[in-house]
Ligand binder design. Sequence first.
Ligand SMILES: [Zn+2]
Length: 245
Amino acid sequence: MKEAYLTIDDGPSVDRIKKVEILKKYGIQAVWFSMGIDMEANADAAIRTILAGQVIGNHSYTHPNFSEISIAQCEEEIIRTDELIDKLYRQAGVQRPIKLFRFPYGNKGVNTGFFDTSYSESDRERIEAIQKILIQNGYGTYPFDNINFEYFKRMQATGQVDWLWTYDAMEWCVFQEDSPFGVRTIEDVLEMMDLDLPERWMGLNDPSSNEIIVIHDHPQTTDMFEPIIKAFLDKGIHFKRIVES
Ligand SMILES: [Zn+2]
């Protein structure tokens, strides 16, 4: 059986609670990689996400491209958000179960491809400096179960602790002016799920590997949230819990 870890990036948006309720309906726990600036503005939604048994992850404070800022700024983005998440868990009266981080745009601090590990010496130094900040602040490797894509295993072997993904629902494309990949409608989003390109992050039909799926908490795509979740379930994908309660 295909299993997946569900991750939801950005926000909290004004529609966060609606989306949390949808996951509750299907009994799914996800990591909500949230932005510090939005959690500050919408603390109530972040707290209610926690109280619903969901996991809040760190997605930086202002969502910069980490290859375009200094290491000191990377540190500030990570720590400021980390401290805010601690505070929100305290306010919710819930012990923070785990520290998880996802880079904005999946950019680890250099401009190589997501899963490209052929770094130059200066790239390697920069990546290691940022990973060190994460590790020093309590972010560690996660015991992913049975994710077998070659690109993922190559990346995992580097010991990096941030979370990438193995399948992007691409629903964020529908409201971009120049839609990447020609994805413009919910039908396009659902069609992408049937592509058989397992080594190009489109391997939902490949039974030999589990997945880390990313969708977004964007207000522009709230109506697509439930149809997308249902489509994954209709494909027979079972969502794994991120942490045991
Ligand atoms: Zn993001």
